[in-house]
Write a protein that binds this ligand. Sequence first.
Ligand SMILES: NC(=O)c1ccc[n+]([C@@H]2O[C@H](COP(=O)([O-])OP(=O)(O)OC[C@H]3O[C@@H](n4cnc5c(N)ncnc54)[C@H](OP(=O)(O)O)[C@@H]3O)[C@@H](O)[C@H]2O)c1
Length: 318
Amino acid sequence: MRAVRFHEHGGPDVLTVDDVDEPEPGHGEVVVEVGAAGVNPVDTYFREGAYPVPSLPFVPGSDLAGTVVSVGDDVERFSLGDRVFGTGLGNGRSGTYAEQVAAPVDSLAHLSDDAELTDAAALALVGTTAWRALVHHAGVEPAERVLVHGGSGGVGHVAVQLARAMGARPLATASPGHHDALRDLGAESAFDYRRDDLAAAISEAGAPDVVLDTHMDRYLQLNANVAADGARIVGIGNDTAEGGFDDIGVTKSKELRYQFMSMFNTPDPSAVLAHLNELLVRGDVEPVVHDTYALEEADDAQRAVLNDSFLGKLVLVP
Ligand SMILES: NC(=O)c1ccc[n+]([C@@H]2O[C@H](COP(=O)([O-])OP(=O)(O)OC[C@H]3O[C@@H](n4cnc5c(N)ncnc54)[C@H](OP(=O)(O)O)[C@@H]3O)[C@@H](O)[C@H]2O)c1
Protein backbone atom coordinates (compact mmCIF):
# COMPACT_ATOMS: atom_id res chain seq x y z
CA MET A 1 0.00 0.00 0.00
CA ARG A 2 1.02 3.66 -0.35
CA ALA A 3 1.94 5.85 2.60
CA VAL A 4 3.42 9.33 2.94
CA ARG A 5 6.65 9.19 4.97
CA PHE A 6 9.64 11.32 5.90
CA HIS A 7 13.04 9.61 6.13
CA GLU A 8 14.68 12.62 7.76
CA HIS A 9 13.39 15.73 9.51
CA GLY A 10 13.06 18.91 7.44
CA GLY A 11 10.73 21.04 5.33
CA PRO A 12 7.72 19.77 3.34
CA ASP A 13 10.06 18.46 0.60
CA VAL A 14 11.14 15.55 2.84
CA LEU A 15 7.66 13.99 2.41
CA THR A 16 7.65 11.08 -0.06
CA VAL A 17 5.02 8.55 -1.10
CA ASP A 18 6.43 5.06 -0.47
CA ASP A 19 5.20 1.51 -1.05
CA VAL A 20 5.05 -0.16 2.39
CA ASP A 21 3.63 -3.36 3.86
CA GLU A 22 -0.05 -3.35 4.80
CA PRO A 23 -0.41 -3.06 8.60
CA GLU A 24 -1.61 -5.94 10.78
CA PRO A 25 -3.94 -5.14 13.69
CA GLY A 26 -2.29 -5.55 17.09
CA HIS A 27 -4.08 -6.46 20.31
CA GLY A 28 -7.00 -4.04 20.80
CA GLU A 29 -6.54 -2.55 17.35
CA VAL A 30 -8.35 -2.52 14.02
CA VAL A 31 -6.98 -1.75 10.58
CA VAL A 32 -8.84 1.07 8.82
CA GLU A 33 -8.92 1.59 5.05
CA VAL A 34 -8.43 5.35 5.04
CA GLY A 35 -10.97 7.34 3.02
CA ALA A 36 -9.73 10.70 4.30
CA ALA A 37 -6.99 12.00 6.62
CA GLY A 38 -7.08 15.48 8.17
CA VAL A 39 -4.09 17.81 7.84
CA ASN A 40 -3.14 19.68 11.03
CA PRO A 41 -0.32 22.06 12.04
CA VAL A 42 0.91 19.43 14.52
CA ASP A 43 1.72 17.08 11.60
CA THR A 44 4.34 19.62 10.52
CA TYR A 45 5.89 19.78 14.03
CA PHE A 46 6.61 16.02 13.92
CA ARG A 47 7.99 16.38 10.37
CA GLU A 48 10.30 19.23 11.40
CA GLY A 49 11.54 17.32 14.47
CA ALA A 50 10.13 19.84 16.96
CA TYR A 51 8.06 16.96 18.38
CA PRO A 52 9.73 13.53 18.72
CA VAL A 53 8.92 10.49 16.56
CA PRO A 54 9.73 6.91 17.64
CA SER A 55 11.86 6.09 14.56
CA LEU A 56 12.52 7.09 10.95
CA PRO A 57 11.07 6.74 8.35
CA PHE A 58 7.78 7.90 9.85
CA VAL A 59 4.19 8.31 8.59
CA PRO A 60 2.68 11.60 9.85
CA GLY A 61 -1.00 12.36 10.49
CA SER A 62 -3.38 12.31 13.46
CA ASP A 63 -6.86 12.16 11.91
CA LEU A 64 -8.55 9.48 9.85
CA ALA A 65 -11.95 8.40 8.61
CA GLY A 66 -12.64 5.17 6.78
CA THR A 67 -13.76 1.56 6.97
CA VAL A 68 -12.59 -1.29 9.21
CA VAL A 69 -10.90 -3.98 7.06
CA SER A 70 -9.28 -6.11 9.77
CA VAL A 71 -9.95 -6.68 13.48
CA GLY A 72 -7.36 -7.58 16.13
CA ASP A 73 -7.68 -9.68 19.29
CA ASP A 74 -9.93 -8.50 22.10
CA VAL A 75 -11.85 -6.00 19.96
CA GLU A 76 -15.58 -6.07 20.63
CA ARG A 77 -16.82 -2.62 19.68
CA PHE A 78 -15.88 -2.73 15.98
CA SER A 79 -16.49 -5.24 13.16
CA LEU A 80 -15.41 -5.64 9.55
CA GLY A 81 -17.05 -3.00 7.35
CA ASP A 82 -17.78 -0.51 10.16
CA ARG A 83 -17.41 3.15 9.24
CA VAL A 84 -15.16 4.86 11.82
CA PHE A 85 -13.27 8.07 12.45
CA GLY A 86 -10.52 8.84 14.89
CA THR A 87 -7.68 11.02 16.06
CA GLY A 88 -4.54 11.04 18.21
CA LEU A 89 -2.46 8.86 15.89
CA GLY A 90 0.95 9.92 14.56
CA ASN A 91 2.10 10.65 18.14
CA GLY A 92 4.35 7.86 19.43
CA ARG A 93 3.03 5.56 16.70
CA SER A 94 2.62 5.57 12.93
CA GLY A 95 0.15 8.14 11.56
CA THR A 96 -2.70 8.39 9.09
CA TYR A 97 -1.30 9.75 5.77
CA ALA A 98 -1.65 6.24 4.29
CA GLU A 99 -4.07 3.94 2.49
CA GLN A 100 -4.39 1.74 5.61
CA VAL A 101 -3.70 2.41 9.30
CA ALA A 102 -3.67 0.16 12.39
CA ALA A 103 -5.48 2.12 15.11
CA PRO A 104 -6.19 1.37 18.79
CA VAL A 105 -9.94 1.24 19.40
CA ASP A 106 -9.84 3.95 22.08
CA SER A 107 -8.83 6.46 19.40
CA LEU A 108 -11.88 5.63 17.25
CA ALA A 109 -15.65 6.04 17.22
CA HIS A 110 -18.40 4.82 14.91
CA LEU A 111 -19.32 7.20 12.11
CA SER A 112 -22.95 7.48 11.01
CA ASP A 113 -23.76 6.33 7.48
CA ASP A 114 -24.92 9.78 6.38
CA ALA A 115 -21.68 11.54 7.43
CA GLU A 116 -19.02 12.22 4.80
CA LEU A 117 -15.57 10.70 5.41
CA THR A 118 -13.88 14.01 4.48
CA ASP A 119 -16.01 15.89 7.04
CA ALA A 120 -15.24 13.33 9.75
CA ALA A 121 -11.49 13.44 9.05
CA ALA A 122 -11.66 17.24 9.09
CA LEU A 123 -13.48 17.23 12.43
CA ALA A 124 -11.68 14.61 14.53
CA LEU A 125 -8.63 16.42 16.00
CA VAL A 126 -10.04 19.95 15.95
CA GLY A 127 -13.41 18.83 17.31
CA THR A 128 -11.74 16.87 20.12
CA THR A 129 -9.56 19.91 20.89
CA ALA A 130 -12.53 22.28 20.95
CA TRP A 131 -14.51 19.83 23.12
CA ARG A 132 -11.65 19.38 25.59
CA ALA A 133 -11.18 23.16 25.82
CA LEU A 134 -14.80 24.27 26.03
CA VAL A 135 -16.47 21.27 27.71
CA HIS A 136 -13.76 19.61 29.85
CA HIS A 137 -11.71 22.65 30.87
CA ALA A 138 -13.86 25.79 30.52
CA GLY A 139 -17.20 24.20 31.46
CA VAL A 140 -19.03 26.61 29.14
CA GLU A 141 -22.57 27.43 30.26
CA PRO A 142 -25.50 28.67 28.16
CA ALA A 143 -25.48 32.42 27.41
CA GLU A 144 -21.81 32.82 28.35
CA ARG A 145 -19.61 34.79 25.95
CA VAL A 146 -16.84 32.65 24.44
CA LEU A 147 -14.01 34.46 22.65
CA VAL A 148 -12.22 32.25 20.08
CA HIS A 149 -8.90 33.58 18.79
CA GLY A 150 -8.13 32.37 15.26
CA GLY A 151 -11.83 31.70 14.63
CA SER A 152 -11.25 30.85 10.97
CA GLY A 153 -8.74 28.10 11.79
CA GLY A 154 -9.40 24.39 11.97
CA VAL A 155 -9.95 24.50 15.73
CA GLY A 156 -11.51 27.98 15.71
CA HIS A 157 -14.30 27.43 13.20
CA VAL A 158 -15.41 24.27 15.03
CA ALA A 159 -15.08 25.93 18.46
CA VAL A 160 -17.40 28.74 17.31
CA GLN A 161 -20.01 26.16 16.24
CA LEU A 162 -19.58 24.07 19.39
CA ALA A 163 -19.99 27.15 21.61
CA ARG A 164 -23.16 28.03 19.71
CA ALA A 165 -24.45 24.44 20.04
CA MET A 166 -23.89 24.73 23.82
CA GLY A 167 -26.13 27.79 23.90
CA ALA A 168 -23.22 30.17 24.40
CA ARG A 169 -22.45 33.40 22.54
CA PRO A 170 -19.29 33.02 20.41
CA LEU A 171 -17.04 35.95 19.50
CA ALA A 172 -14.10 35.40 17.16
CA THR A 173 -10.91 37.06 15.97
CA ALA A 174 -9.92 36.41 12.35
CA SER A 175 -8.81 38.09 9.14
CA PRO A 176 -11.63 40.30 7.76
CA GLY A 177 -12.18 38.09 4.70
CA HIS A 178 -13.54 35.34 6.99
CA HIS A 179 -15.90 37.48 9.11
CA ASP A 180 -19.08 36.85 7.10
CA ALA A 181 -18.47 33.09 7.09
CA LEU A 182 -17.86 33.14 10.85
CA ARG A 183 -21.15 34.96 11.43
CA ASP A 184 -22.84 32.28 9.28
CA LEU A 185 -21.28 29.64 11.58
CA GLY A 186 -22.76 31.35 14.64
CA ALA A 187 -20.31 34.04 15.78
CA GLU A 188 -22.11 37.07 17.23
CA SER A 189 -19.18 39.31 16.34
CA ALA A 190 -15.90 38.90 14.46
CA PHE A 191 -12.89 41.15 14.99
CA ASP A 192 -9.82 41.70 12.82
CA TYR A 193 -6.94 40.67 15.10
CA ARG A 194 -4.73 43.26 13.34
CA ARG A 195 -6.74 46.29 14.49
CA ASP A 196 -5.06 48.56 17.04
CA ASP A 197 -8.21 48.90 19.16
CA LEU A 198 -8.88 45.13 19.35
CA ALA A 199 -9.32 45.12 23.14
CA ALA A 200 -11.78 48.04 23.04
CA ALA A 201 -13.78 46.41 20.25
CA ILE A 202 -14.06 43.11 22.17
CA SER A 203 -15.00 44.93 25.39
CA GLU A 204 -17.73 46.82 23.56
CA ALA A 205 -19.26 43.49 22.50
CA GLY A 206 -19.15 42.29 26.14
CA ALA A 207 -16.54 40.75 28.44
CA PRO A 208 -15.86 37.09 27.57
CA ASP A 209 -16.42 34.47 30.27
CA VAL A 210 -14.26 32.00 28.36
CA VAL A 211 -11.33 32.50 25.98
CA LEU A 212 -10.00 29.79 23.66
CA ASP A 213 -6.58 31.07 22.69
CA THR A 214 -4.48 29.79 19.80
CA HIS A 215 -1.76 32.47 20.20
CA MET A 216 -1.10 32.79 23.93
CA ASP A 217 2.00 34.96 23.83
CA ARG A 218 0.24 37.65 21.80
CA TYR A 219 -2.94 37.78 23.84
CA LEU A 220 -1.94 37.02 27.44
CA GLN A 221 -2.44 40.62 28.56
CA LEU A 222 -5.31 41.40 26.17
CA ASN A 223 -7.24 38.36 27.42
CA ALA A 224 -6.74 39.41 31.03
CA ASN A 225 -7.85 42.97 30.28
CA VAL A 226 -11.04 42.09 28.36
CA ALA A 227 -12.06 39.00 30.39
CA ALA A 228 -15.03 38.95 32.77
CA ASP A 229 -14.31 38.34 36.46
CA GLY A 230 -13.62 34.65 37.03
CA ALA A 231 -13.12 33.97 33.31
CA ARG A 232 -11.55 30.67 32.24
CA ILE A 233 -8.81 31.02 29.64
CA VAL A 234 -7.74 27.88 27.76
CA GLY A 235 -4.45 28.05 25.86
CA ILE A 236 -3.84 25.62 23.02
CA GLY A 237 -1.37 27.55 20.84
CA ASN A 238 2.21 26.60 20.26
CA ASP A 239 3.75 30.02 20.80
CA THR A 240 6.11 30.73 23.65
CA ALA A 241 4.97 33.36 26.14
CA GLU A 242 8.04 35.60 25.76
CA GLY A 243 6.34 38.81 26.78
CA GLY A 244 4.39 37.64 29.82
CA PHE A 245 2.18 40.13 31.63
CA ASP A 246 2.81 43.86 31.87
CA ASP A 247 0.10 44.03 34.51
CA ILE A 248 -0.36 40.80 36.47
CA GLY A 249 -2.67 42.66 38.90
CA VAL A 250 -5.69 42.41 36.63
CA THR A 251 -5.41 38.61 36.54
CA LYS A 252 -5.50 38.54 40.35
CA SER A 253 -8.27 41.02 40.88
CA LYS A 254 -10.45 39.20 38.35
CA GLU A 255 -9.46 35.77 39.78
CA LEU A 256 -8.89 34.43 36.26
CA ARG A 257 -8.37 30.74 35.66
CA TYR A 258 -5.76 29.80 33.01
CA GLN A 259 -5.65 26.29 31.60
CA PHE A 260 -3.10 24.98 29.12
CA MET A 261 -3.90 21.72 27.36
CA SER A 262 -2.89 19.15 24.78
CA MET A 263 -5.52 17.34 22.73
CA PHE A 264 -3.30 14.22 22.97
CA ASN A 265 -4.10 14.07 26.72
CA THR A 266 -7.88 13.73 26.19
CA PRO A 267 -8.71 10.87 28.58
CA ASP A 268 -11.40 9.13 26.50
CA PRO A 269 -11.13 10.39 22.90
CA SER A 270 -13.56 7.74 21.69
CA ALA A 271 -16.35 9.18 23.89
CA VAL A 272 -15.67 12.71 22.64
CA LEU A 273 -15.66 11.48 19.03
CA ALA A 274 -19.02 9.76 19.62
CA HIS A 275 -20.48 13.12 20.72
CA LEU A 276 -18.92 14.81 17.68
CA ASN A 277 -20.55 12.22 15.41
CA GLU A 278 -23.94 13.20 16.89
CA LEU A 279 -23.26 16.91 16.36
CA LEU A 280 -22.11 16.18 12.80
CA VAL A 281 -25.21 14.22 11.76
CA ARG A 282 -27.54 16.75 13.47
CA GLY A 283 -25.81 19.55 11.55
CA ASP A 284 -24.92 21.38 14.78
CA VAL A 285 -21.25 21.29 13.79
CA GLU A 286 -20.37 21.35 10.10
CA PRO A 287 -16.63 21.25 9.47
CA VAL A 288 -15.66 23.31 6.44
CA VAL A 289 -13.38 21.33 4.12
CA HIS A 290 -11.54 24.11 2.32
CA ASP A 291 -9.55 21.79 0.03
CA THR A 292 -8.62 18.15 -0.55
CA TYR A 293 -5.24 16.75 -1.65
CA ALA A 294 -3.93 13.41 -2.97
CA LEU A 295 -1.20 11.61 -0.96
CA GLU A 296 1.34 12.84 -3.55
CA GLU A 297 0.35 16.41 -2.65
CA ALA A 298 0.90 16.05 1.13
CA ASP A 299 3.84 18.49 0.95
CA ASP A 300 1.59 21.15 -0.60
CA ALA A 301 -1.07 20.50 2.06
CA GLN A 302 1.48 20.92 4.86
CA ARG A 303 2.77 24.17 3.32
CA ALA A 304 -0.77 25.48 3.00
CA VAL A 305 -1.84 24.55 6.55
CA LEU A 306 0.91 26.75 7.98
CA ASN A 307 1.10 29.56 5.42
CA ASP A 308 -2.29 30.14 3.77
CA SER A 309 -5.27 32.00 5.23
CA PHE A 310 -8.44 29.99 4.68
CA LEU A 311 -11.50 29.11 6.70
CA GLY A 312 -11.73 25.49 7.81
CA LYS A 313 -9.67 22.39 7.11
CA LEU A 314 -7.45 20.65 4.58
CA VAL A 315 -7.93 16.91 4.04
CA LEU A 316 -5.88 14.20 2.29
CA VAL A 317 -7.86 11.70 0.22
CA PRO A 318 -5.68 8.63 -0.51
N1 LIG B 1 -2.92 22.16 22.44
C1 LIG B 1 -3.63 21.42 21.61
O1 LIG B 1 -4.17 20.37 21.97
C2 LIG B 1 -3.82 21.86 20.18
C3 LIG B 1 -4.75 21.20 19.36
C4 LIG B 1 -4.95 21.68 18.08
C5 LIG B 1 -4.23 22.78 17.60
N2 LIG B 1 -3.31 23.35 18.42
C6 LIG B 1 -2.55 24.53 17.95
O2 LIG B 1 -3.47 25.60 17.86
C7 LIG B 1 -3.11 26.45 16.77
C8 LIG B 1 -4.30 26.55 15.79
O3 LIG B 1 -4.56 25.27 15.24
P1 LIG B 1 -5.50 25.16 13.95
O4 LIG B 1 -5.58 23.74 13.56
O5 LIG B 1 -6.75 25.91 14.15
O6 LIG B 1 -4.59 25.96 12.88
P2 LIG B 1 -4.97 26.65 11.52
O7 LIG B 1 -6.12 25.96 10.88
O8 LIG B 1 -3.70 26.80 10.76
O9 LIG B 1 -5.51 28.09 11.93
C9 LIG B 1 -4.69 29.08 12.45
C10 LIG B 1 -5.54 30.32 12.62
O10 LIG B 1 -4.79 31.29 13.33
C11 LIG B 1 -5.17 32.55 12.84
N3 LIG B 1 -4.17 33.55 13.18
C12 LIG B 1 -2.96 33.76 12.63
N4 LIG B 1 -2.34 34.78 13.28
C13 LIG B 1 -3.20 35.18 14.26
C14 LIG B 1 -3.15 36.20 15.25
N5 LIG B 1 -2.08 36.99 15.41
N6 LIG B 1 -4.20 36.34 16.08
C15 LIG B 1 -5.29 35.54 15.97
N7 LIG B 1 -5.40 34.57 15.05
C16 LIG B 1 -4.36 34.40 14.21
C17 LIG B 1 -5.36 32.35 11.35
O11 LIG B 1 -6.28 33.34 10.92
P3 LIG B 1 -6.36 33.99 9.49
O12 LIG B 1 -6.18 32.90 8.46
O13 LIG B 1 -7.72 34.59 9.46
O14 LIG B 1 -5.25 35.00 9.40
C18 LIG B 1 -5.97 30.95 11.30
O15 LIG B 1 -7.35 31.00 11.33
C19 LIG B 1 -1.85 25.82 16.13
O16 LIG B 1 -0.73 26.43 16.73
C20 LIG B 1 -1.94 24.38 16.58
O17 LIG B 1 -0.68 23.75 16.61
C21 LIG B 1 -3.09 22.92 19.68
